[in-house]
Design a protein around this ligand. Structure first.
Ligand SMILES: CC(C)(COP(=O)(O)OP(=O)(O)OC[C@H]1O[C@@H](n2cnc3c(N)ncnc32)[C@H](O)[C@@H]1OP(=O)(O)O)[C@@H](O)C(=O)NCCC(=O)NCCS
Length: 150
């Protein structure tokens, strides 16, 4: 595989990120949302994975007091199972540790076996469930946490 680079999100990567977003999610976030996250949300950190300069994945997190909230991790379908999701998650977790966050949480669709496996292999545990959280199909969200001090 060509070399993978991880970089903080910049404006020039938004088009590529949106292409990945639309391939990965039934209810993709809009361009305006990502521009807000990049330019106006001081709590947000986003990273992109690049191969030959093309965006093939991204991951994002909000820092809220001592907690990290992972907003999303997504990898282009043609580049899955090559470690990119793990690399993006490592990047977010290292950022969290560097920022002295004590806990990281996220929501994941109950049926999303790939994402649940990724998070479980990284020490995340299901601690809650939001009933019918996803509006497109009324699917439940599992709330997962990783506590760095456990
Ligand atoms: C979840 C996702 C980000 C994983 O990305 P990826 O680059 O394929 O993941 P990696 O190759 O880094 O896999 C790391 C580990 O996650 C687990 N995993 C990833 N995909 C899996 C799958 N389809 N089935 C089971 N386990 C899987 C495995 O434990 C894997 O380790 P292994 O390959 O050594 O077995 C990717 O499937 C994706 O973009 N899905 C659509 C978007 C999404 O649902 N994001 C999560 C929102 S909460």
């Amino acid at each position: 595989m060509s070399e993978v680079r991880i970089e903080p999100l910049k404006n020039e990567y938004i088009d590529g990120l949106l292409a990945v977003e639309h391939l990965c999610f039934a209810t993709p976030w809009s361009r305006d949302t990502f521009i807000y996250e990049l330019e106006s949300n001081n709590l947000a950190r986003y990273y992109v994975a690049l191969i030959d300069g093309q965006v093939v994945g991204y991951g994002g997190m909000w820092s809220v007091v001592n907690e990290g909230h992972i907003t999303n991790i997504a990898v282009h379908p043609l580049h899955r199972r090559k470690g990119l999701g793990q690399t993006l998650l490592n990047t977010l977790l290292l950022y969290a540790i560097g920022a002295s966050l004590t806990d990281v949480t996220l929501e994941v669709r109950a049926s999303n076996e790939a994402a649940k496996a990724l998070y479980e292999h990284n020490g995340f545990v299901v601690e809650g469930r939001r009933k019918e959280y996803y509006s497109d199909n009324k699917e439940d969200a599992l709330i997962m946490w990783r506590h760095f001090n456990d």
